[in-house]
Design a protein around this ligand. Structure first.
Ligand SMILES: Cc1cc2nc3c(=O)[nH]c(=O)nc-3n(C[C@H](O)[C@H](O)[C@H](O)COP(=O)(O)OP(=O)(O)OC[C@H]3O[C@@H](n4cnc5c(N)ncnc54)[C@H](O)[C@@H]3O)c2cc1C
Length: 381
């Protein structure tokens, strides 16, 4: 059983099917690719099409360098055709039973010898809270709830968080008829151009992959400096850690610019330091300054949210992940894998999932069954 019909779960299902194993893919949503369907209307992949495709099926050239959300959803839909799907089934908790796993769902139990949790790194929006937030007269939402720039037309918007999600939203907002725009940054962030002179840069950023990390960091800093100049002059703080060190250490990718920096330099977006507190209509920052936004968007990241399903079985680290992910399994839990949680690469999480899906499918196929030599992952009931 694979829990999660997102890009990672479907990639693994495809690779298992190639090996003659037909897994049951369970998802709480009524459709596949649900996390992509619920992301905002303007979203495009920020990794190149030719690096982000699923095993066995390239994305058509017509989708462009960075495919649009709806095109990507249709691509995943057609990719899942013929797979054994059990949709609308929320896995509430996993127990270990009889050398396998037992899944608790609202409709009853599901037992399987081999279980792969592919529930995603972004399952739960991380929404910090600040003093006085309950008094705020405007709207506070997480970036996961943001739908369309038209919803904030004419409104003053504060984005909290200068990373990938925050800058992605600003790339779209600066082209809209939104009112005042502020960006609050508690600490620095690396930022790279999505395109240079119209040419997509993703392949360029992966070209130095065999260099030591410190060299890759230096290349990224140089690119940032050459493309944007000194952004600290405009209040966008410099990240203490280099792009690649940060990806490896904190599982945090840099921001990608597609219009934000130009707007920042033109004064269309005003930088603010870390948020300190809310007070009625006002938001106060660490430097004592205040603004009065209509909408505050928390671009403050996500968590895998594995606590509720497997937190009682496995230890989770500060990033919310178990010690063994991908094709590796925990010695205490043979037959249980966590897939799609290894996103530490400039190639992008989709690229990593494609690579590791092949490895994990091989490991599963080679793992001897404790129920009569059966190598398929069958739901028992
Ligand atoms: C805004 C945004 C943009 C991104 N853009 C890119 C990009 O361009 N390129 C890239 O490489 N990566 C990108 N990523 C990172 C990552 O590749 C995607 O998030 C991708 O969707 C992850 O795939 P996944 O299958 O691991 O998780 P998800 O797509 O989140 O799929 C997990 C599935 O598990 C299901 N599920 C969760 N819990 C349960 C449960 N308890 N029971 C049953 N089902 C459950 C969910 O319904 C969901 O369908 C982006 C992430 C975000 C947040």
């Amino acid at each position: 059983v694979i829990v999660g019909a997102g890009p990672a779960g479907l990639a693994l299902a495809w690779c298992l099917r190639r090996r003659g194993i037909d897994p049951l893919v369970v998802d709480r949503a009524a459709v596949v690719a649900s996390s992509w369907r619920t992301r905002h209307d303007h979203l495009h992949l920020n990794t190149h099409r030719t690096l982000s495709y699923q095993p066995g099926k390239r994305m058509p050239r017509s989708l462009g360098a960075y495919p649009a959300r709806d095109d990507y959803v249709r691509y995943l839909e057609s990719y899942s055709a013929g797979m054994r799907l059990r949709l609308g089934t929320d896995v509430l908790r996993v127990e270990r039973a009889g050398g396998g796993s037992q899944l608790e769902t609202p409709d009853g139990q599901l037992r399987t010898q081999y279980l792969v949790m592919a529930t995603g790194m972004q399952r739960v929006p991380a929404s910090p809270e600040w003093p006085g937030q309950e008094t705020f007269t405007g709207v506070v939402m997480h970036s996961a709830e943001f739908r369309n720039v038209a919803d904030v037309a004419g409104k003053a918007v504060l984005i909290v968080g200068p990373g990938n999600s925050g800058v992605d939203l600003l790339n779209h907002l600066v082209r809209s008829d939104v009112g005042a725009l502020w960006l609050s940054a508690r600490s620095g962030m690396n930022i790279s151009p999505l395109r240079i002179a119209g040419i997509p840069t993703h392949h360029l950023s992966v070209s130095g992959r065999y260099l030591p990390i410190s060299w890759q960091d230096r290349n990224a800093r140089l690119t940032q400096r050459l493309c944007f100049g000194d952004l600290t002059r405009y209040g966008y703080p410099r990240s203490e850690l280099g792009l690649f060190t940060r990806i490896h250490r904190d599982v945090v990718t840099g921001a990608l610019d597609n219009g934000f920096v130009k707007a920042l330099k033109a004064g269309r977006v005003v930088m603010k330091p870390g948020l300190d507190r809310f007070d009625g209509a006002q938001v106060h920052f660490a430097d004592g300054s205040t603004v009065e936004p209509d909408v505050v968007v928390l671009a403050t990241g996500y968590r895998p949210g594995l606590e509720t399903t497997v937190g009682h079985l496995v230890d989770l680290d500060r990033t919310g992940r178990p010690a063994a992910i991908g094709a590796r399994t925990l010695a205490a839990h043979p037959g249980l894998w966590f897939f799609g949680f290894d996103t530490q690469s400039v190639y992008g999480a989709m690229y990593i999932a494609r690579q590791q899906a092949r490895q994990l499918a091989r490991v599963i196929a080679d793992t001897p069954s404790n129920s009569g030599g059966e190598t398929s992952a069958f739901p028992l009931s």
